[in-house]
Design a protein around this ligand. Structure first.
Ligand code: IPM
Ligand code: MN
Length: 326
């Protein structure tokens, strides 16, 4: 395999540390990485006001992938880094599905989160801000195209699994967006012969995640429900320290981005305490997407074999690197 040209955004807090372990493990597995480092995130913003320069975004379009640790730092106003860096990356690079796999005991399932629309789109604003009569609206943007491509991705994914897809939404209350999603889901489902489908309201899905996750194979849901549900998914399947994600541009018109589900955890930053497995598994998802399926499978197996290992960030990284090297 040729060297992969990967943009590295370690980011803030524990981000750079877990990314370093991920790179260590990928290299130990024999994968050649040509890394291009980007100093971006909350700390950079606090230093000089930079969030995501246009030139950097343009440069990224020529990369094979982006590997990200975590962004967000105390002292940065809410939304600056989230919207200006992470969401801008997802939207501009059209990373339209966010794939988040989970392993509960004896079972695994995947959440396909729509990644470019919904309440994340940024529709809305203030009227009469700062007055007693102020109004804030935050709309949910749902295009037929956006819902349909996420749903189609979920069905294609399920084709290589148990051929079972569950739509999670809140169609009983969100009667406009829910209706669009349900019709798109039914129309796509009709193209996949023999597949089983299910529907859960998002509140009920929270109960099922805890009580009976075995009912799931592939779940497809909107951006905000997917955000919330996948933190719960992490919590019920070994902790968010194990939860990996892939922000994919399945059309491959640009690089995809791979990052752990967890945040920058400033409270434990710099203490060599963070579990790097979520970042290492995200690296495995990246390798798989880049065609390095053999190395990806080896890394994944090592992570799962060590999912309960207690150790420091670097100890776990070293252990995984040794496991994939032979
Ligand atoms: C995630 C994160 C992000 C999100 C934040 C940091 C903007 O929570 O990747 O799940 O809400 O999507
Ligand atoms: Mn989240």
């Amino acid at each position: 395999m040729a060297k992969h040209r990967i943009g590295i955004v370690g980011g803030d807090g524990i981000g750079p540390d877990v990314v370093a372990e991920g790179l260590k493990v990928m290299e130990a597995a024999g994968v050649e990485i040509d890394r291009v480092d980007y100093d971006l995130g909350g700390a950079r913003y606090l230093r000089d006001g930079t969030v995501l320069p246009d030139e950097v975004l343009e440069e990224w379009r020529g990369l094979d992938a982006i590997y990200l640790g975590a962004v967000g730092a105390p002292g940065v106003p809410p939304g600056v880094i989230e919207r200006g860096l992470l969401l801008r990356m997802r939207f501009e690079l059209d990373l339209y599905v966010n794939i988040r796999p989970f392993r509960a005991p004896g079972h695994d399932f995947v959440v396909v989160r729509e990644n470019t629309e919904g309440t994340y789109a940024g529709e809305g604003g203030f009227l009469r801000k700062g007055t007693p009569h102020e109004i804030a609206t935050q709309g949910s943007v749902n295009t037929r195209m956006g819902a349909e491509r996420a749903i189609r991705y979920a069905f294609d994914l399920a084709a290589g699994r148990d051929e079972h897809v569950t739509l999670v939404h809140k169609t009983n209350v969100l009667t406009f967006s829910g209706d669009l999603w349900q019709r798109a889901f039914d129309d796509v489902a009709a193209e996949y012969d023999g597949f089983e489908t299910a529907y859960n309201h998002v509140d009920a899905a929270c109960i099922y995640f805890v009580e009976s996750p075995q009912r799931y194979d592939v779940i497809v849901t909107d951006n905000l429900f997917g955000d919330i549900l996948t933190d719960l998914g992490g919590a019920v399947s070994g902790g968010v320290g194990l939860a990996a994600s892939a922000n994919l541009n399945p059309a491959r018109t640009g690089p995809s981005m791979f990052e752990p589900v967890h945040g920058s955890a400033p409270d434990i930053a710099g203490q060599n305490k963070a579990n790097p497995i979520a970042a290492v598994l995200s690296g495995a998802m990246m390798l798989d997407f880049l065609g390095e399926s053999e190395a990806a499978a080896r890394i994944e197996a090592a992570c799962h074999a060590n999912a309960e290992t207690i150790g420091s960030t670097t100890e776990i990284g070293d252990l995984l690197a040794a496991a994939v090297a032979d």
